[in-house]
Design a protein around this ligand. Structure first.
Ligand code: ZN
Length: 367
């Protein structure tokens, strides 16, 4: 098992962000380059892992001494050569070179590459382009046959000395090691790449999780001689909810859930208990919240509502309340669920002194 795994993470990734290098951005709760290290460790296929970065000190304390963390060069090809020189004295059989910007390769791909290196001096995963390709020479544009075109991915595997001998000879920079092989007219064994092994180039590539969740809770005291509002409509009842506004616990919980899902604090931040908002209808509070949500390109997927009270009986008003919320929010009725929950006559809610509500929502950000 004399295999070495080189991870190149020294580039600046200017297309991604002007200030912070791409490899230090968080992706699936890890810095981008960490995915490649952890997968290589997990695979148990490598004697040594070499991480090439621009600032080794920053990362060193995080990993054991078994992982070499070295400083890269100006260009990708410089970094690659520095790493190859670093491991030469260990006389590796095989070396895999990988771009940290591809965190989604599988361990199975590593295995396939190494298997192919038994009878070949190189093994390079390729992928057929999905779009039509054109090629420009001077001012003339040519069509490229898609079925004859390849996109190369990393990791790319090589017999160490074959690659090393070419890399020290090459004077120009090269975009990946298979290009180097082609420059020297060497044969490459192409193997099937992976759909998911895409290169992260732009911010949008990393922000793939566009769904967010929010939770809201509210409780108001029940008092006589007040109208009861739930979900934006008046419900016939002997008491109403006391509050600075109309006390609509359902709408208040919905609003807090939406603010929670979009990391926008809480209802009190925007509608404090000031004179201006005294006795305001909650539908009027909901409106600007929805407007902002819409402006920031979020849409609501669903609402799940628990209304917690002994009386009134939710089953009697469920359809009406759902209808009202659906109209207020432009949300399909099928995406709104309202559950009634009693509390076995326990506590303030059980003694019909208060009504509480909790809501969970999911929202999606779109471009
Ligand atoms: Zn409230």
């Amino acid at each position: 098992m004399n295999n070495y795994f080189i991870i190149l993470a020294a580039g600046s990734g200017k297309r991604f962000d002007n200030k912070k290098p791409k490899q230090y951005f968080l992706y699936k709760n890890k810095e981008l380059f960490e995915h490649s290290i952890e997968k290589a460790i997990q695979s148990k296929l490598f004697k040594r892992i070499i991480l090439v970065v621009d600032n080794p000190k920053k990362i060193k304390k995080k990993y054991s001494k078994n992982i070499f963390i070295i400083k890269g060069g100006r260009e990708r090809s410089d970094s690659s050569l520095i790493a190859l020189k670093k491991i030469k004295k260990y006389r590796p059989n095989n070396v895999l070179i990988h771009d940290a910007a591809r965190p989604n390769f599988s361990i199975n791909l590593l295995k396939r590459i190494l298997k192919n290196l038994k009878n070949n001096s190189s093994a390079v995963p390729i992928f057929q382009p999905k779009d039509s390709l054109k090629y420009k020479i001077n001012k003339q544009v040519f069509n490229l046959k898609r079925e004859n075109s390849y996109l190369t991915q990393t990791p790319q595997g090589f017999k160490f000395y074959e690659l090393y001998n070419l890399a020290i000879k090459e004077k120009d920079k090269f975009s990946d090691e298979s290009s180097l092989f082609i420059n020297f007219d060497k044969k490459i064994k192409f193997i099937k790449g992976e759909n998911k092994n895409l290169k992260i180039t732009f911010k949008e590539d990393i922000d793939s999780s566009k769904n967010y969740y929010g939770i809201g809770f509210d409780i108001h005291r029940l008092v006589k001689n007040k109208k009861l509002y739930l979900g934006g409509i008046k419900i016939p009842f002997h008491s109403g909810l006391k509050g600075h506004s109309d006390g609509d616990v359902i709408l208040h919980s919905i609003i807090d859930a939406l603010l929670g899902a979009t990391s926008k604090k809480d209802i009190g931040t925007y509608f404090p208990n000031t004179k201006k908002f005294k006795n305001i209808r909650s539908t009027k509070i909901l409106k600007p919240i929805l407007h902002n949500l819409n402006k920031s390109n979020f849409f609501i997927n669903n609402l799940d509502i628990n209304l917690i009270c002994e009386q009134p009986k939710v089953s009697k008003y469920r359809d009406k309340i759902i209808n009202s919320i659906s109209n207020l929010m432009n949300l399909d009725k099928n995406k709104i669920n309202l559950k009634g929950k009693t509390v076995e006559k326990l506590g303030l809610i059980g003694k019909e002194k208060a009504i509480a509500c909790e809501v969970i929502t999911s929202v999606t950000k779109y471009d």
